[in-house]
Design a protein around this ligand. Structure first.
Ligand code: NAP
Length: 292
């Protein structure tokens, strides 16, 4: 198929690569053009100088940019993909954004005769590079069926969860579940250090029991070593939690722990941890320990 991919960040770069490797003809766009050139060098395919030009003739256009405003810019901006897309083409948005912006773009897409799916992902940089992302999708079932085989290039678990916005709502649940869990793990790591336990041995045992989690398996070693350069950044997490907390204000959900952990992340940012990974909550406890 002729495809376009907009946004070659940590996630988009390898995701677009998987599409090209699967035999599709991919045209990419990236705001910083050097990354688009690097992508063509790595995978072949083509690059365009605007989102609209990349989207021309594409059957499916994929987007993976930062937040709601970035998304609006590359989709409905003067040179956005909606200017270039043809009737019947589909936009698949992988950005973690609000459910409201998904609904807004779906209405505009419909007016133009385009399909739209909100399809945020989970699995991090490693998931994107290895092509094993979880993809949570909202939108029309017929459009989903057309896109599903293409998404398999980088998705391991792909699910249509309901109408437009459902993918973003599902991603909010994902982030809500992570927030409290990482704080609990941080407190466990911190306590283990204070108690003088052998952290390596300890987590090697308990990761196989009821307290085990992906975060414990993959992050306990780096957390014990106070290293925070392993994936999803605190700035991104705060963006995601603010989306979830805003949605909760609208639907009445109670998120006391999520709201608290969001404030802990704000303190990590004040420590200079904007680009640290999300397990850096433990650094806050260790810092408070230094002060004690
Ligand atoms: P990233 O590395 O910071 O890349 C962001 C991409 O968006 C870059 O290509 C950037 O272009 C582009 N962009 C941002 N604002 C733009 C604008 N106004 N106009 C045009 N292009 C713009 O981010 P990422 O880690 O790939 O994350 C992308 C999305 O996936 C985010 O919504 C994030 O929350 C979500 N996500 C990330 C992860 C993860 O582990 N990283 C996991 C799951 C979901 P430039 O190159 O020019 O800056």
């Amino acid at each position: 198929m002729k495809l376009a991919f907009i946004g070659l960040g940590v996630m988009g770069f390898p995701m677009a690569g998987h599409l090209q490797e699967a035999g599709h003809e991919v045209t990419v766009y990236n705001r910083t053009i050097s990354k688009a050139k690097a992508w063509v060098e790595a995978y072949g395919g083509d690059y365009a100088s605007t989102p609209a030009l990349a989207a021309r003739n594409a059957e499916i256009v994929f987007v993976c940019v930062g937040n709601d405003d970035d998304l609006r810019q590359v989709v409905i901006g003067d040179e956005g993909v909606f200017v270039g897309m043809s009737t019947g083409a589909i936009l698949v948005d992988h950005t973690t954004a609000s459910a409201d912006v998904a609904r807004e773009l779906a209405v505009i897409a419909d007016d133009h005769g385009f399909g739209f799916l909100d399809a945020p992902v989970s699995g991090g940089q490693a998931g994107a590079e290895n092509g094993v992302l979880s993809i949570m999708v909202g939108g029309n079932a017929v459009i989903f069926k057309r896109c599903e085989p293409v998404l398999q290039a980088y998705g391991k678990s792909i699910r249509l969860l309901g109408e437009t916005g459902s993918g973003q709502l599902a991603k909010m649940v994902n982030q809500i579940c992570i927030a409290g869990l990482v704080q609990g793990l941080s407190e466990g790591v911190h306590f283990a250090k204070r108690a003088g336990l052998d952290g390596e041995a300890l987590f090697d045992v308990i990761q196989h029991g009821a307290a085990g989690s992906w975060q414990m398996v993959n992050r306990h070693q780096t957390m014990l070593a106070n290293e925070f350069d392993f994936g999803f950044a605190v700035d991104w997490m705060r963006k995601d939690l603010s989306i979830a907390l805003e949605e909760a204000r609208n639907n009445g959900a109670q998120l006391p722990v999520t709201a608290l952990v969001d404030q802990f992340y704000a303190q990590v940012q004040k420590m200079g941890g904007n680009r640290w990974d999300t397990s850096s909550l433990v650094a806050l406890l260790e810092r408070d320990e230094d002060r004690a």
